[in-house]
Design a protein around this ligand. Structure first.
Ligand code: PMT
Length: 417
């Protein structure tokens, strides 16, 4: 799924909750993404699930009892603590959270967390009353103050049969938090990356719109890729059915004019804008206040007026401008024309007639054209990976240093020679 997990060591602490079954899925997704996963089970977890379940997936030993002579931890009790890039405790019971808050180290998991310098994520899972208890709440706040990221819990049906706040979050959400934490020092750190997504909706009346087939997947994937490289990712999106990505600021808009306003408000301190949205070139001249009734006539004519070209109107002195070209014919010629006419640094051309790329697919195949005449053919791959290929190019195009207004090549000290 993501390169960011490739060759990383992740510690996965599993504690005694029925949500242990979700930890199997998490271990599987992390392993599939190229991470080496060191699972540590507490005594409570071992009542719910076996070490074999995890080692079958991770192909690595699982730590249980640190005094077991066969355990790596009995020889070097901080081995996992020192090796890992990140530790996730999922599910985390009230009991383990309390032990962590008080700095206890009476088992392999708590000793490892006390000894590690790696970031720690904790995903609580417990009965709603236990979570709401002041003791747990104070323990959670203590951990947050120390820099631990608490993920969830979600509200929903609990093992007790009650409905409340205490469900462990789902794997997809945890994966978002994990890549966010690992990517903090990536090559987009200190960069504000504004991405647009989805198909704008131009209202005809309160119940009808003119729109297009964009699902938003391409733009969302670019925002996630920017986040996973440490970027401050802002997603300006037309309506989609997609969940808000973790760690990305989402601004929801409807029409092209709304999108223009939202993007204009974000770009002053932005380093790059990537327009993956399918923006309607036209909008109805008038939007009726009330639903337009069926008339006796068999024809109905709607009059349209042109929308502004959002990306063409953005300044390019400090901002790197990346566009997409959605084409059904003459892909190369049309993309090159748009690159120049819209004043872009880079354009990703995609053939939207293909069944495996373009609108609503999870994959895309693009050609990247830059203003120096460079052409890069990006073969079929996930939209997330296409996002990374675009950012691989963007990182060489920034006009200014990260998080400041100092131009590249300018003396950053301001002292001169
Ligand atoms: O959302 P998905 O289902 O994942 O589909 C992805 C996608 C096919 C929508 C995406 O990959 C894509 O091609 N997006 C651009 C669609 C588009 O509007 O292309 P265009 O060739 O009409 O426009 C060229 C560029 O100008 C685009 O970056 C567009 O966002 C921008 N534009 C267009 C019109 C307008 N009024 N203002 C703009 O800024």
């Amino acid at each position: 799924m993501t390169d960011i997990l490739k060759d990383k060591f992740i510690g996965l602490g599993v504690t005694g909750s029925i949500a242990c079954y979700k930890a199997i899925d998490l271990a599987s997704k992390l392993t599939q993404s190229g991470a080496s996963v060191d699972v540590i089970l507490t005594r409570g977890a071992r009542e719910f699930i076996t070490a074999l379940a995890f080692s079958s997936i991770t192909h690595r030993p699982v730590s249980e009892d640190m005094f077991d002579p066969k355990s790596e931890l009995s020889i070097d009790h901080v081995a996992v603590a020192e090796r890992v890039d990140l530790i996730v405790v999922a599910p985390a019971t009230a009991h383990t959270i309390a032990k962590l808050a008080h700095g206890l180290a009476d088992d392999a998991l708590t000793a490892t967390i006390l000894a590690t310098g790696a970031p720690v994520l904790v995903a609580p899972a417990m009965d709603a009353h236990m979570y709401g208890n002041l003791a747990t709440q104070e323990n959670v706040r203590t951990l947050q103050r120390r820099g631990v990221t608490i993920v969830g819990p979600a509200t929903g049906r609990l093992a007790s049969g009650l409905v409340g706040k205490g469900r462990m979050v789902e794997t997809a959400e945890l994966m978002g938090w994990i890549t966010l934490a690992l990517g903090k020092t990536g090559d987009m750190a200190g960069r504000k990356v504004v991405v647009s997504a989805g198909g704008t909706q131009e209202a005809i009346d309160p119940v009808r719109v003119v729109t297009n087939n964009s699902s938003g997947k391409m733009g969302y994937a670019i925002a996630e890729a920017a986040r996973d490289r440490g970027g401050d990712a802002v997603l300006v999106t037309a309506p989609t059915a997609l969940p808000d990505p973790i760690g990305v600021r989402v601004v929801k808009v409807q029409s092209a004019l709304d999108m223009q306003k939202a993007i204009t408000a974000e770009i002053d301190d932005a380093d790059v804008v990537v327009m993956a949205a399918a923006v309607s070139d036209w909008r109805p001249v008038e939007t009726a206040d009330q639903k337009i009734k069926k008339s006796a006539s068999n024809e109905w004519t709607l009059e349209f007026t042109k929308n502004p070209d959002i990306i063409a109107g953005l300044p390019s002195d400090k901002l790197v401008k990346v566009g997409f070209a959605a084409e059904t014919e003459d892909l190369i010629a049309n993309a090159q024309t748009k690159l120049v006419s819209k004043g872009l640094d880079l354009i990703a051309a995609n053939d939207v007639t293909a069944t495996d790329s373009g609108f609503a697919t999870d994959t895309n195949r693009v050609m990247l054209f830059d203003r120096e005449g460079g052409i890069e053919v990006v073969p079929l791959m996930s939209k997330y990976d296409v996002g990374h290929r675009i950012l691989d190019r963007v990182k060489h195009m920034f006009r200014q240093g990260p998080n400041d207004a100092t131009s590249v090549g300018e003396d950053a000290t301001g002292e001169g020679d």
